[in-house]
Design a protein around this ligand. Structure first.
Ligand code: C2E
Ligand code: MG
Ligand code: MG
Ligand code: MG
Length: 282
């Protein structure tokens, strides 16, 4: 395995490599033991509300390490977990862990959790979420579930019913990576998303007049439909200023803060602005 420079991530497979299916089998095997062997964890990335200026929400992001401690990126293991069904156990584990982490962090008003279409399609999913909320005592209104647009997902009546059951629990439904697939527009007609997250590629392409026009169009489209707007991937002061100018509701990205473990997060101020404090106490 060649390590990808600097990011401590393994380059596990290349889809054009004939050996890649072996690697995918290795990940599948790893996923089977991941929860019991403590190989999965969650990190939390702060989200800033530009209206209030507060950092009172976070997104939970899953991390998987191999037995030697090297991280496998979610872009590799999530598709395998979805294909094998391991996502169901991992997803339940993530929601339960988020809830227990919330109990120790009262100042975090809201945690968003990525949920896979496979979870939404599984009968009893909303009931199992209700069970976790009941056992941990966390209010559903402290959770948002993110559904990614770029996935193949037929928005059938089972999924729509599941989403409305989750809403009855007080859980908000967010649309993730908006603009990366073909389905998002029709989903906006079917589901009343609380917040739409505009994919970071739109921000990163806005250096050209065409890219800027595209970003403004997508913002107008989401806003005119009455959804709150979160822009992902804010990395620079200039991008931050642009977001304020455009009246964006919420921002997320390395400029706001990097994902960190629950034990070290502090959402009242951007995590990334306090690296020395973190280092000193470590
Ligand atoms: P996502 O939900 O769109 O999460 C945002 C991704 O962008 C994260 O990557 C985050 O680390 C990265 N990111 C945040 N700010 C910036 C920035 O300023 N610049 C750049 N270049 N990147 C930024 P990560 O953690 O590798 O996750 C990748 C994807 O894997 C997620 O995309 C999500 O679709 C999926 N994922 C992660 N955790 C879970 C999970 O618990 N369940 C499911 N079903 N999917 C998950
Ligand atoms: Mg997400
Ligand atoms: Mg996503
Ligand atoms: Mg996203």
């Amino acid at each position: 395995l060649a390590k990808a420079g600097g990011r401590n991530c393994a380059r596990l497979f290349d889809p054009t490599d004939p050996q890649s299916s072996d690697e995918s089998e290795n990940i599948a095997a790893l996923l089977k033991i991941a929860v019991e062997r403590d190989l999965v964890s969650l990190v939390y990335q702060p989200i800033q509300d530009l209206g209030s200026g507060r950092f009172d929400a976070v997104e939970a992001l899953m991390r998987l390490k191999m037995l030697d401690g090297i991280l496998v990126p979610p872009s590799l293991f999530i598709p395998v977990a979805e294909r094998t069904g391991a996502i169901l156990e991992l997803g339940r584990w993530a929601i339960r862990t988020v809830c227990t982490d919330m109990l120790a962090h009262d100042h975090v008003r809201l945690v968003s959790v990525n949920v896979s279409p496979i979870q939404l399609k599984t009968p009893g999913f909303a009931t199992s979420v209700a069970g976790i909320l009941g056992e941990t005592g966390v209010a559903g209104s402290r959770l948002a579930f993110e559904i990614t647009e770029g996935r193949e997902l037929e928005m059938d009546s089972d999924i729509l019913r599941c989403i409305s059951d989750l809403k009855l629990l007080g859980i908000r439904i967010w649309l993730d990576d908006f603009g990366t697939g073909f389905a998002g527009l029709s989903w906006l007609r079917l589901i009343d998303f609380d917040t739409v997250k505009i994919d970071r590629s739109f921000l990163h392409d806005c250096g050209t007049p065409k890219g800027m026009a595209m970003l403004q169009d997508i913002i107008a489209l989401v806003r005119n439909r009455g959804h709150k707007i979160l822009v992902e991937g804010v990395e620079t002061d200039e991008q931050m200023a642009l977001m304020r100018e455009f009246g964006i509701d919420k921002v997320q990205g390395y400029h706001v803060g990097r994902p960190v473990p629950a034990a070290s997060f502090q959402t009242k101020r951007p995590v990334q602005k306090r690296p020395f404090t973190v280092l000193k106490s470590a």
